[in-house]
Design a protein around this ligand. Structure first.
Ligand SMILES: [Zn+2]
Length: 254
């Protein structure tokens, strides 16, 4: 099982780049309540609440004792992340990069979304954005205090901004994204108390599984691309020959 990741300055060099053409610990009830009672129209008091901001990245193994995770990864986290994984498979079925998200309030999933910017002709159609919009419509409120967003891939800067605007209490993500990740991998939007002091972040929940779904998607896409090029040249597709070596795309970085 993947270990939770918390706070760091350096991206994991072993991480794999996922996004190409397309493209978030149990919330204490008291904390959710305080978020909900905040006046949404009032600018955030600078740095007064910085201790509640938790950024992500380094393995828990490297943490010093005083740098413990804000909240442990729980079976509940894994259960909701599995639902986000199911949403990601809907993206795959639509030919889009498989990223999925679910919006949770308490123990209830109030919305889900999957990545589909290509089909929607919409650069903002990331899984998180879709789930945020659906949840806001469902509860008839553009603020979603006390809610948690589970997403299979580290949110980008656009989604991090929308998450802050919606006053999401907690983001839980699976795989990290060293190319566009805004929870520590490239930038750490949630670590800046002047931007946001509401959202805590937990990364690395079902990280291996979430990452595998993306890797398999891109491996398949490369295979299809090779076959298309071979067909255009009038060559016999590689899959039609007897394989005497390992799977062609297995050693390639994403
Ligand atoms: Zn995004």
């Amino acid at each position: 099982m993947s270990e939770p990741l918390v706070r760091s300055a350096t991206p994991d060099s072993a991480s794999v780049e996922y996004r190409e053409s397309a493209e978030t610990a149990t919330l204490p009830a008291a904390q959710a309540g305080s978020v909900g009672s905040a006046d949404p129209g009032t600018p955030a008091p600078a740095a007064s609440d910085s201790a509640s901001v938790t950024a992500v990245t380094t393995s828990i193994d490297t943490l010093t004792p005083e740098e413990s995770p804000a909240a442990p990864v729980t079976e509940r986290d894994r259960r909701f992340m599995a639902l986000a994984q199911a949403a990601a498979e809907e993206a795959r079925a639509a030919g889009e990069v498989p990223v999925g998200a679910v919006l949770v309030r308490g123990d209830e999933v109030i919305a889900k979304g999957f990545n589909h910017p290509i089909g929607a002709h919409d650069p903002s159609a990331h899984a998180e954005m879709i789930a945020l919009r659906a949840a806001a419509q469902a509860v008839e409120n553009y603020r979603l205090p006390g809610c948690e967003l589970y997403v299979t891939l580290e949110p980008c800067l656009m989604c991090a901004g929308a998450i802050m605007h919606a006053r999401i209490a907690r983001v839980v993500f699976g795989a990290r994204d060293p190319k566009t990740g805004a929870c520590g991998s490239v930038v750490d939007a949630f670590a800046n108390p002047q931007l946001n002091h509401h959202t805590t972040v937990t990364g690395g929940v079902l990280e291996t599984e979430c990452g595998a779904a993306l890797k398999s998607f891109f491996a398949e896409r490369r295979r299809a691309s090779r076959e298309a090029r071979a067909a255009a040249r009038g060559e016999v597709p590689a899959d039609a020959r007897v394989e005497t070596h390992s799977e062609p795309g297995s050693a390639e970085p994403l």
